[in-house]
Each structure stands twice: as structure tokens, then as C-alpha cells.
Ligand binder design. Structure first.
Ligand code: PLP
Length: 355
């Protein structure tokens, strides 16, 4: 039976990413050696790193005064690297979920943190709007897609202080205007590569202004100077990321990806709204195109376990919602085919007929 992979992360990758990576594990670039056992300073891997950075810049139209880095430590290490490198005294954070709250917590080690707004009281089911930013903050941090709660900031904000975004779970899902951001980061394991690498897009002239001593490994300038090769980079995840970037280009780039993502999300949200058994959990206007959260309607609450089993029997994998929201979450990342969403919708319709 075909498996439909709705896991939230690590999560579905393009077939070509998995196939090419498997091939390179056996024989990398005609070397007769595995990509896991060759020097990262050999010409074959240096070419991979260079091409990955170049394609990243090309696909997102990244201006010349920005650098793309591939680093270990996941998005969670960025929660501390961002304030370490950017905060002089004060930073503003928008609290839209558990990841945003974790980022905010780390920032407190480095200075004053202003939580400009929070939707915590509503279990993060919407994106706060109409807040004011302190004009003396060194930067404003947002989480564009809240993986756990299925809310998303789907446009690039216009703000008058440097904007920093955690885009772990929606990078490459829609075109972005990178020039509106000072720094963008994320873990790669949602939409790009296997776990083990984080990406950072950083505007070079925002660095070096804090007056603070920064440990070498946590200083972005170290990694810019050495082209993400200061220490051994996560070789295999970077190789896999390059395969996904090539796939994105072949698919028609980010605008084509956005169109597909909108089609997939519309198909599933329409069914959630139509089907008498289910309801969505996120505010309509903030609904994520990447993580679609829904629960049983109140009068059918006792059917939750039955639907999970019913869907699992039909090949739906990873649709159990995060424990803090409950119900279901279908992650519809770039690599998830339309057919998988269709299969889930048909499963929901079949289940409705049964009840
Ligand atoms: C998964 C996730 C993280 C954590 O990423 P790690 O690489 O595991 O540290 C951070 N932010 C968001 C939005 C996420 O979805």
C-alpha cells in the first residue's frame, strides 16, 4: 500500500533527494568512495557546498550583501546565536508558539527582551496583529510558520527595525523578499534535508555591532569567513539539501512551489470546513500552508482514536496532532504530492459516510 507521509519533521523529501543521496552514500561523484568517508575539503565536496550556497541564493533571489551558511546545531542553536550576534541591549519578540517562546527564552541571556504580543492565552491559534515595536530594539524576531499550531505569517512584514525570522518549516514554500530581513534561519529537516543542518541567511553589515566577545563557533563571522567550512560541516545533510534545491529549480522554482502548496492546502481546508466530523483549529486568516491542524467536531470527539486508526489503515502516516493541540496535523511540505492530500480527503469523506 502507498504510504502518505504527513510527518511534521523530520518529514517528506523529494524522491530524487533520497535516491541521489542513497547513490552518493555508495559512490560519491564517481570517487568510488562514500560521501560519508571523504574529506570535506576535497574538491568534490567543496563543489557541493559551493553549488548549494549558489542555488540557495538563486532560488530565493538573495541580494549580494547577504551570505548563506550551513551550520550544525539545528534551529535551536540559532535561538542563542541570533541574540549573541545581534543584541546590544534590547530585542523584540513575537510569541506565536512553543518555538517562538524557546527563542525568546534564549534571548533573555543577552539583554532586555520585549514580548510585543502573544497568542499563548488562545493556545497559539492565531497570529497577533496591531502590536507596537519598541523603536530602540536591536531587532524584531518572528517565527513565520508555527509548526505545532498550524498558523503562518504568509507575507513579509514591513518594520522599521532589523527583522529576524525563524523559517524552519516554511522556507522555500513561497517567494520571500529577503531584503526585508536582517537574518533568516531554520532547521533543514522540515522542507529541505535530513536533520543535522541549519541554514542561515544573514545580511553581513548587521554583524559586529554588539561590542560583545563571541565564542568562535557561535560567531557568524567565523562561518562567513570560512564559507561554512570552519569546522567539519554536516556533509551528508548538505549533500541532500543540494539535491532538494536542484529539485526545487526543476519544479519551476519557488513561485511554482507556492502555487502547488496553495492548491494542496485549499483542498484539505475545504474538506475540513465541509465535513461535519471535523473542524480546523487555527484562525482562518492565519492558516498555515505547511501544517494543517484539525480536530473532531465537539459532538464527534469520541471518534478521534477511531479516525486515526481508520486513516492509518489507509496509508496515512504521521497525522497525529502535536500533544499540545491534540487531534490531527497534516504537514503538507513542498515534497508532499497533491495525490497524498487527495487520499487524506477521500479518507475523511469515507469516514464521514460511516458515521
Ligand atoms: C522544528 C522547529 C524548530 C527546532 O528545530 P531544531 O533543528 O530541532 O532545533 C525551531 N523552529 C521551528 C519553527 C520548528 O518548526
Amino acid at each position: 500500500m502507498k504510504k502518505h507521509n504527513f510527518y511534521a519533521g523530520p518529514s517528506i523529501l523529494p524522491d530524487s533527494t533520497i535516491k541521489n543521496t542513497a547513490d552518493a552514500v555508495l559512490n560519491f561523484a564517481g570517487t568510488g568512495l562514500s560521501v560519508m568517508e571523504v574529506s570535506h575539503r576535497g574538491k568534490e565536496f567543496v563543489a557541493v557546498m559551493d553549488e548549494a550556497q549558489a542555488l540557495f541564493k538563486e532560488l530565493l533571489n538573495i541580494p549580494d550583501d547577504y551570505e548563506v551558511l550551513f551550520l550544525g546545531g539545528g534551529a535551536s542553536t540559532q535561538f542563542c546565536m541570533v541574540p549573541y550576534n545581534l543584541m546590544k541591549k534590547k530585542a523584540a519578540y513575537l510569541n506565536t508558539g512553543a518555538w517562538a517562546a524557546k527563542a525568546l527564552k534564549e534571548a533573555k541571556f543577552f539583554g532586555d527582551v520585549v514580548e510585543v504580543a502573544s497568542s499563548k492565552e488562545a493556545n497559539y491559534n492565531y497570529i497577533p496583529k496591531g502590536y507596537e515595536l519598541p523603536s530602540d530594539a536591536d531587532y524584531f524576531h518572528i517565527t513565520t510558520n508555527n509548526t505545532i499550531y498550524g498558523t503562518e505569517i504568509k507575507e513579509d512584514l514591513d518594520v522599521n527595525i532589523p527583522l529576524v525570522a525563524d523559517m524552519s518549516s516554511d522556507i522555500f514554500s513561497r517567494p520571500i523578499d529577503v531584503s526585508k530581513y536582517a537574518l533568516i534561519y531554520g532547521g533543514a529537516q522540515k522542507n529541505l534535508a535530513p536533520a543535522g543542518v541549519a541554514f542561515v541567511i544573514v545580511k553581513k553589515d548587521i554583524l559586529g555591532k554588539t561590542g560583545r566577545d563571541i565564542p568562535t563557533m557561535l560567531d557568524y563571522r567565523t562561518h562567513i569567513d570560512k564559507g561554512s567550512m570552519f569546522n567539519t560541516p554536516p556533509v551528508l545533510p548538505v549533500f541532500a539539501a543540494l539535491q532538494t534545491l536542484k529539485w526545487l529549480k526543476e519544479q519551476g522554482g519557488i513561485p511554482a512551489m507556492q502555487k502547488k502548496n496553495e492548491e494542496k492546502a485549499a483542498l484539505l481546508y475545504d474538506e475540513i470546513d465541509r465535513n461535519k466530523l471535523f473542524k480546523g483549529t487555527a484562525a482562518q486568516e492565519d492558516r498555515s500552508l505547511m501544517n494543517i491542524c484539525f480536530v473532531m467536531n465537539d459532538e464527534f470527539a469520541e471518534l478521534e482514536k477511531e479516525f486515526l486508526d481508520f486513516a492509518t489503515e489507509r496509508g496515512m502516516i504521521g497525522i497525529k496532532g502535536h500533544r499540545s493541540v491534540g487531534g490531527f496535523r497534516a504537514s503538507t511540505y513542498n515534497a508532499l504530492p497533491y495525490e497524498s492530500v487527495k487520499a487524506l480527503v477521500e479518507t475523511m469523506q469515507e469516514f464521514e459516510k460511516k458515521h
